[in-house]
Write a protein that binds this ligand. Structure first.
Ligand code: HEC
Length: 114
């Protein structure tokens, strides 16, 4: 009998742990797709804030996306650079979907509006 109660307690604890895990992961899901892609693949060079003030950003001469020049570039210009690459900027046409590129551009634009 005690065996059974033990099992029920363990099962309950498991469910509780699962619920806690789900609650914890909820804020991560609230992150936009663009933000996720940016932080995983782009922030190394472009910097978490888009100003490219990281070691890799300096080494690759990555420009800040918060300049007047960058503000003038259209989404089409940026899509072209992201898909085809430019100088040290890698091409992402095989690594990102069109939707992801659109989202990541929106996220990069939002970085400078703070
Ligand atoms: C290895 C470093 C590196 C990584 C990683 C990188 N970039 Fe870049 N990026 C650059 C460099 C360098 C340039 C400037 C290219 C040029 O004009 O010579 C650039 C330019 C750009 C531009 C044009 C606007 C500007 O600031 O000149 C956009 C948009 C951009 N990158 C988006 C991205 C996105 C989105 C990702 C991730 C999916 C990414 N980059 C990852 C190095 C990088």
């Amino acid at each position: 009998m005690t065996m059974r109660i033990n099992w029920a307690v363990k099962f309950g604890a498991c469910l509780l742990a699962l619920a806690v895990m789900l609650l914890w992961s909820a804020p991560a899901q609230a992150q936009s797709a663009g933000e996720k892609v940016y932080k995983a693949k782009c922030a190394g060079c472009h910097g978490p804030d888009g100003t490219a003030a990281t070691a890799a950003g300096k080494a690759t001469k990555t420009p800040s996306v918060c300049t007047e020049e960058a503000a003038k570039a259209t989404d089409a210009d940026w899509t072209e650079i992201i898909t085809k690459g430019k100088n040290k900027m890698p091409a992402y046409d095989k690594k990102l979907t069109e939707a992801e590129i659109k989202d990541v551009i929106a996220y990069m634009r939002s970085l400078c509006k703070k």
